[in-house]
Design a protein around this ligand. Structure first.
Ligand code: NAD
Ligand code: IPM
Ligand code: MN
Length: 360
């Protein structure tokens, strides 16, 4: 099979981790007789440097014309980079928001499970880890605070910043349906996370989620306030199957969930729309503190590439092969710095990519 893949290496560690994911994809192509045609586009700080904007319309057109998009990460050292003090639509992150909106990627799936081999890298106590955990966060991705009106102006003589949080029923309904659909393929349990004790948008969220729930009688649904959820994640992570939540809460909770899998370098993600075209990226950022040092963990990006094969290209057994190769390499004791523990073998970004590619 021949597929067109748009690659967005981005900034910081982005190019290093995408390189490793491509290595693994090439190994899949060799073994299973596929052809992946890659087209690279610029997004983020590198695009600002080249074109003055974080994502050009031509780059969007390239992404739209492909079968899937694989992204590293974008952005600089926030607060202390040449890309910070500029208008909101000219910041590196605006490129990411633009591509999510342009491709209609409203559903962001972030799986967080603990590999047995990484129990030592998990910061939780053994009795809390128990038999481990396996959850997915279904994060709404094209609404809420990220896409509301945003401005800073003088109000009553004071410099005032405004960010608005808006959701309509349709935006909530379509992500809720995605959440219940995935729950049906898993342990049939949805925890809808909101802040309905304060926010109107959360009250609407809760109402619509329960309307949708009526179409999925087999799924056990419950509500949880987001502050409680943050606490429950480290107190009893095994209770979660599908966490269904809005954009900002999903952003924060997924970083928290990533750490209990051992490292943020382990958490993959898929951003999906109503078609087959999806965008796949690690949940972490461009990690400017470790960029260029060959220490970044490429596994989140490699697992995102596996999700790409599964969801956009219908290559299920190839996706399974990548996931199995990751598990094998972890079983063999190879670790990047972020997941290193006693008795294991420390490897760099490139070596980790080589090992996984070899074992596909
Ligand atoms: P970050 O996720 O880049 O880094 C947080 C911490 O985790 C750092 O200490 C970093 O070294 C570490 N880390 C991240 N990925 C790692 C990996 N693969 N292996 C080992 N360690 C890893 O978050 P941040 O520092 O808050 O943000 C840095 C930049 O990234 C900002 O410009 C931010 O806007 C951007 N960002 C981009 C994306 C994206 O492109 N999808 C996501 C999050 C943050
Ligand atoms: C993520 C990132 C982005 C987000 C930023 C860079 C806009 O943190 O993908 O988790 O908040 O969605
Ligand atoms: Mn984030």
């Amino acid at each position: 099979m021949e597929s067109r893949i748009t690659l967005i290496p981005g900034d910081g560690i982005g190019p290093e981790i995408v390189r490793e994911a491509v290595k693994v994809l090439d190994s899949v192509a060799d073994k299973y007789g596929h052809k992946f045609d890659y087209t690279k586009i610029l997004m983020g700080g590198c695009s600002i440097d080249e074109y003055g904007v974080p994502l050009t319309d031509e780059a969007v057109a390239t992404a739209k014309a492909s079968d899937a998009v694989l992204l590293g990460a974008v952005g600089g050292n926030v607060g202390n980079s040449k890309w910070y003090d500029v208008a909101p639509n000219l910041r590196p992150e605006a490129g990411l928001l633009k591509i999510r909106k342009e491709l209609g990627l409203f559903a962001n799936l972030r799986p967080a499970y603990l590999y047995d081999e990484l129990k030592a890298a998990c910061p939780l106590k053994e009795e809390i880890i128990g038999d481990g955990f396996d959850m997915v966060i279904m994060r709404e991705l094209t609404g809420g605070l990220y896409f509301g009106n945003r401005y800073t102006k003088e109000i009553d003589g004071l410099e005032t910043a405004v960010d608005t949080l808006t959701y309509n029923e349709e935006e909530i309904r379509r992500i809720a349906i995605k959440g219940f659909e995935i729950a049906m393929k898993r342990r049939k349990k949805v925890t809808s996370v909101d802040k309905a004790n304060v926010l109107d948008s959360s009250r609407l969220w809760r109402k619509i989620v329960h309307e949708v729930a009526k179409d999925y009688p087999e799924v056990e649904v419950s509500d949880m306030l987001v502050d409680n959820c943050a606490m429950q994640l480290v107190m009893n992570p095994g209770q979660f199957d599908v966490i269904l939540t809005e954009n900002m809460f999903g952003d924060i909770l997924s970083d928290e969930a990533s750490m209990i899998t051992g490292s943020i370098g382990m958490l993959s993600s898929a951003s999906l729309n109503k078609t087959k075209l999806g965008l796949y990226e690690p949940s972490h950022g461009s990690a400017p503190d470790i960029a260029g040092k060959n220490v970044a963990n490429p596994i989140a990006t490699i697992l995102s590439a596996a999700m790409m094969l599964r969801y956009s290209l219908d290559l299920d057994k190839e996706a399974d092969a990548i996931e199995a190769a990751v598990a094998t390499v972890l079983k063999e004791g190879y670790r990047t710095t972020d997941i290193m523990s006693e008795g294991c073998t420390l490897v760099g970004t490139d070596k980790m990519g080589d090992l996984i590619a070899e074992r596909v």
